[in-house]
Design a protein around this ligand. Structure first.
Ligand code: NAD
Length: 465
């Protein structure tokens, strides 16, 4: 069996899955006490290993401690604590009403764990995107295999070391590796797969899962639009957009990808965004401890190349030796330019002209359904129209990304931005089968449903249906 750092040339995880299946079948992970103990251990791991986690995130992504705390360790810890607190309620049987024709009887929904869940994480939030999914799967009573992204190697190695120290290693395993290891894992009949990453690999994951009829949750990406109407509080709008876009150097799946606004609002908004950037990162963001770096040379080259798509209104400086791209805002971008066609996933923010809300909505609707969509306005009618007409995974009015702080808002995409969701109760449901149960009484046992099907019985049934 291959485990943790021990990556074989031809990885084969058949033994790993059969061991975990045997453990699952023993019933150990179904016990609420076991689940609570693991969830508490997740929170403890985040606290006690904080320095190591911050160090790994700094090494992989140049993330500063506070950003690592809010978006990774505190998020994972809070999420696990919330699941732990709600577990009793979530696992309780839910009674549903039983109609007259089915009396005497009781009916209910009872959550049961699925079995062994595979969690394949992405590199941009390498702690959160593996451990939050793992916690949800544990809360639902499953065994879990987590496969962190090889593009965040320091974090991957650290998780492979600390997860077995804190969690029950008979039930939770970390497999490090890249395409060969993920491919070998995907060959196996897991009971559910949670994948986070790009859509191309999402298709590979879904095709592999189809062979075993394994259900999948795909957390993908896309271009999340940000509409700014002239009546918005523009100073707050600029600050919030700049925060959302330049956190983690723009490498956030729900970062505002581009702004849609009219010419007058653009002219007012740009100096306010510039001011916000300076307030957050100073005059030289490369020297700021609060500003991250591109994850690797490939992504540095890709995002740097997108700057040529428009006029550089703010920033534009790049430094390959440091994988640094300054917080950058582009104007005069064409609809068919590269930056408007692909997910940016870096600190470059194009402002695209839409002279009114209708034009903005039409533009968004002509593209793939995004993972997130944002609107800044005080106009309730505009807000309603936007929420009704724009299909997206999550939406936020007058801010960006903050829905992530709400445990019980499901997180997931729609269409090309993903399928399924997790977080809070929805995460518990994702990794559970909601089993339908009915219990019948013995008496009275109405003769009406049994043959022979007489006219009298037929009449009675028509009456009580
Ligand atoms: P990535 O390169 O880290 O890949 C994700 C995972 O897929 C990794 O664990 C990797 O080992 C595995 N993988 C890569 N190639 C594979 C292959 N050929 N076969 C099997 N497995 C393979 O991440 P990425 O794809 O660069 O992630 C960026 C994308 O993820 C962006 O589009 C972003 O928007 C999206 N994303 C979405 C969310 C979300 O929650 N919806 C969160 C973060 C990132």
């Amino acid at each position: 069996m291959v485990e943790s750092n021990d990556i074989a040339a031809n990885p084969d995880f058949t033994g790993l899955l059969s061991d975990l299946t045997a453990t699952f079948n023993s019933g150990k992970t179904r016990e609420l006490a076991w689940r609570r103990k693991q969830l508490k251990a997740v929170s403890r791991m985040m606290d006690e290993c904080e320095d190591d986690l911050f160090g790994a995130l700094k090494s992989d992504l140049g993330k500063c401690a506070m950003e690592s705390f809010t978006t990774e360790t505190a998020y994972v810890s809070g999420d696990a604590a919330y699941s732990c607190k709600k577990l009793g309620k979530w696992t309780r049987k839910k009674r549903v009403s039983t109609p007259v024709v089915a009396q005497p009887g009781k009916s209910w929904i009872q959550a049961e764990p699925l079995g062994v869940v595979l969690v394949i994480g992405a590199w941009n939030y390498p702690v959160q995107l593996t451990l939050a999914g793992m916690s949800a799967a544990i809360a639902a009573g499953n065994c879990v295999v987590i496969k962190p992204s090889e593009l965040a190697p320091a974090t991957s190695a650290l998780l492979a070391r600390i997860v077995p120290e804190y969690l029950d290693s008979d039930c939770v395993k970390v497999i490090e590796g890249a395409v060969p290891e993920t491919t070998a894992l995907l060959d196996l009949p897991f009971d559910h797969i949670l994948y986070t990453g790009g859509g191309n690999v999402g298709r590979i994951v879904m095709a592999a899962a189809a062979k075993h009829l394994t259900p999948v949750t795909l957390e993908l990406g896309g271009k999340s639009p940000c509409v700014v109407l002239p009546d918005a509080n523009l100073a707050a709008t600029a600050k919030r957009i700049a925060w959302g876009k330049f956190t983690n150097a723009g490498q956030t799946c729900i970062a505002p990808d581009y702004i849609l606004t009219d010419a007058d609002t653009e002219a007012l908004l740009l100096p306010l965004i510039e001011k916000s950037i300076q307030e957050m990162f100073g005059h030289d963001p490369q020297k700021s401890d609060s500003y991250g770096r591109m994850v690797n040379d490939r992504h540095f080259e890709r995002v740097s190349g997108l700057i040529a798509s428009g006029h550089t209104a703010i920033g534009g400086l790049v430094d390959a030796t440091d994988k640094y791209i300054a917080p950058t805002v582009l104007t005069d971008v064409a609809a068919d330019s590269d930056i408007m066609r692909e997910e940016i996933f870096g600190p470059v923010l194009p402002v695209f002209r839409a002279e009114n809300l209708e034009e903005a909505i039409a533009y968004i609707r002509a593209s793939d359904k995004p993972l997130a969509a944002y609107i800044f306005t005080n106009d309730k009618g505009a807000e309603k129209k936007f929420l009704e007409q724009v299909s997206c995974g999550s939406a936020c009015v007058n801010d960006v990304m903050m829905f992530m702080a709400v445990h019980d808002l499901p997180f997931g995409g729609v269409g090309p931005s993903g399928m399924g969701a997790y977080s809070g109760h929805r995460g518990f449901e994702t990794f559970s089968h909601m089993k339908a149960v009915m219990k019948r009484g013995w008496w009275p046992d109405l003769d009406v449903r049994y043959a022979p099907y007489t006219e009298k019985k037929f009449k009675f049934l028509r009456k009580v249906r």
